[in-house]
Structures are given as structure tokens and as C-alpha cells.
Design a protein around this ligand. Structure first.
Ligand code: HEM
Length: 144
């Protein structure tokens, strides 16, 4: 009987170790971006970059800065498997009618890369976020 309990105990310990190892592994990416404060900083810098970039600036002339930053932080957090919920509009609904093309999209991606570099996000982690953003082009663009 005692042998059984000690066996069951070991199995339970092993399982909990596996689960906590997974929980740890799952948010590595989120942590490499500095969690919520890191993401807020990156999004602030991204916004400074797009406003200083003649290729993207015109799109943001009358845009609601505070709202966009807040929704972007939520969205990046979700994409990085962080503990967040995205409460903004769909990418298609948000960007339709804005005439965003490949050049504008690529420019914004470069502005994001600069912001990630500035905040010390490791290159392989940057690429993981970019890989998740790339397919969104389909919904963000509205001309070829
Ligand atoms: C993968 C790329 C992109 C992502 C993930 C993204 C994400 C977002 C998010 C989350 C919002 C706020 C949504 C809301 O209000 O509920 C937003 C708004 C906006 N985005 Fe993007 N965006 C992307 C690309 C672009 C590009 C390439 C441009 C233009 C160069 C752009 C211009 C704007 C503008 C002007 C708004 C404000 C729209 C408004 O409320 O009037 N976005 N974007």
C-alpha cells in the first residue's frame, strides 16, 4: 500500500513538473519582449518611428494614438502567448479604405524592427513575431 502511494506521489510530482515546465516554456517569447511594460515601450517606439517615416506618416495623421497603442499592445501580447485578450476591431475592418499597399506594410514592419532592436529583443524572437504578422497583410491591404 505504501509502495503504491509513493508511486502515485512520484507520478503526480512528475506530472506537475512537466506542466510547470510547459507553462514556463509557453511564455518565454512574451518574457523576451519584456512582458507588458516591454511591449508598451516597443509600441511607443514603433509609433514614434511610423510618425517619423514619410512612407507611413500620412496614414496616421488623424489616427487615435492612445487607442491604437493600447490595442497593439494587447494584440502583440496575444500573438506572443502572453496572458492578454485582444479587445480591438478585426484587422480587415480597422484598415479597410485606407489604401494600404505592400510598400506601406513593409515600411511599418521595418519601423517595428527598429523598435524591437532598440529594446533589445533577441533576433530570433523578433522573427517569431514578424512571422505571425506577415500573413495579416491579406486583411490589412486593400489594393495590390
Ligand atoms: C500586421 C500589421 C498591422 C497590425 C497588426 C496592425 C494593428 C492595428 C491595430 C490593433 C489597430 C487598432 C484597432 C482598433 O482600433 O480596434 C490599428 C489601427 C490602425 N492601423 Fe494598423 N496594423 C498593421 C498595419 C498597418 C499599416 C501597414 C498601416 C499603414 C501604413 C496601418 C495603419 C493604421 C491606422 C491609420 C489605424 C487607425 C485606424 C482608425 O481607427 O482610424 N496599420 N492597426
Amino acid at each position: 500500500m505504501q509502495a503504491f502511494f509513493s508511486h502515485a506521489m512520484k507520478a503526480a510530482l512528475l506530472l506537475s513538473a512537466i506542466f510547470s515546465a510547459n507553462a514556463h516554456a509557453d511564455d518565454v517569447l512574451y518574457r523576451e519582449f519584456g512582458e507588458k511594460p516591454g511591449l508598451a515601450k516597443i509600441v511607443d517606439d514603433l509609433y514614434d518611428n511610423v510618425l517619423a517615416d514619410p512612407r507611413t506618416q500620412p496614414y496616421f495623421e488623424d489616427a487615435p494614438i492612445k487607442r491604437i497603442k493600447q490595442k497593439l499592445v494587447e494584440q502583440f501580447c496575444v500573438l506572443l502567448d502572453g496572458p492578454c485578450e485582444y479587445t480591438g476591431r478585426t484587422m480587415k475592418r480597422t484598415h479597410e479604405g485606407q489604401n494600404i499597399d505592400r510598400a506601406a506594410f513593409n515600411a511599418l514592419v521595418e519601423d517595428l524592427q527598429k523598435a524591437m532592436d532598440k529594446n533589445g529583443v533577441p533576433f530570433h524572437s523578433q522573427n517569431k513575431l514578424l512571422a505571425k504578422l506577415a500573413p495579416m497583410y491579406r486583411d490589412v491591404q486593400d489594393r495590390e
